[in-house]
Write a protein that binds this ligand. Structure first.
Ligand SMILES: Nc1ccccc1C(=O)C[C@H](N)C(=O)O
Ligand SMILES: [Zn+2]
Ligand SMILES: [Zn+2]
Length: 226
């Protein structure tokens, strides 16, 4: 059994949402200053690196991150490479169109026909690129909201991506986020799926229980049988 780290390192240079709080850790007490310990205060947006969005992120009445069901965050998981699967016209900033992804899931699981007829895919990770970018990508595509709809309706519990958001940077109505919320699908963003092998493995991606928080960092790993 092998552990594959899906969490990119988070530091002051980690690119974040435009205008949002960068990561900053400063010493409150320092050994170099004669204290017995080093203790830092960390200031950061919760949407840096691999993280889970709480319902509260897009719904004023939604639960904070401590309410995310942990059984959704641990268990069998399908990794799918959706690189190059841009939406039909190729110009809108959508990626991973529902029909194509369903077809790919079907062939990955070696089933003829439609994956929707099978037992649910409870956890799905969509790999879009080989590594997190060094700079914020203003043209970041969003997920096809129909894909999120389908995933939730067939019994999906958690959907993970290697982009910073389910929706494009300039989206105000956030259709992919709301589709996830509607079906209780846990939103996992900011993964590094470069080292993740396509196919079935085991996911562990647990958010820190910050009470009332709109999101929280996650250390995400895959357990792979070799
Ligand atoms: N941090 C932000 C600051 C301002 C506006 C949006 C965001 C987001 O994080 C949105 C995105 N839906 C996200 O979950 O990552
Ligand atoms: Zn987020
Ligand atoms: Zn989000």
């Amino acid at each position: 059994m092998r552990i594959i780290d899906l969490s990119p390192p988070i530091g002051p240079g980690t690119p974040g949402w435009p205008g949002d709080q960068p990561f900053d850790a400063r010493l409150r007490w320092g050994i170099a200053d004669g204290e017995s310990v080093n203790v830092q205060t960390v200031t950061t947006s919760a949407h840096l690196g691999s993280h889970i969005d709480a319902p509260f992120h897009v719904d004023p009445d939604g639960a904070g991150i401590e309410g995310v069901p942990l059984d959704a965050c641990v268990g069998d998981c399908l990794v799918l490479d959706v690189h190059g699967l841009l939406s039909q016209d190729g110009t809108t900033a959508g990626f991973a169109p529902a029909a194509e992804v369903r077809e790919r899931i079907g062939s990955l699981l070696s089933v003829a026909g439609d994956a929707a007829g099978r037992a649910p895919v409870e956890r799905l990770l969509l790999r879009h690129r080989s590594a997190p970018p060094a700079q914020w990508d203003p043209g970041m595509p969003g997920l096809d909201p129909e894909l999120v709809e389908w995933f939730g309706a067939q019994g999906g519990r958690l959907l993970g991506i290697d982009l910073d958001s389910f929706d494009p940077t300039d989206s105000k109505d956030l259709p992919a986020h709301h589709a996830a919320l509607k079906h209780g699908v846990v939103i996992l963003e900011g993964l590094d799926l470069g080292p993740a092998p396509e196919g079935v493995s085991g996911l562990i991606a647990l958010p820190v229980p910050w009470v009332g928080a709109d999101a929280a960092p996650v250390r995400a790993v895959l357990r792979v049988q070799d």
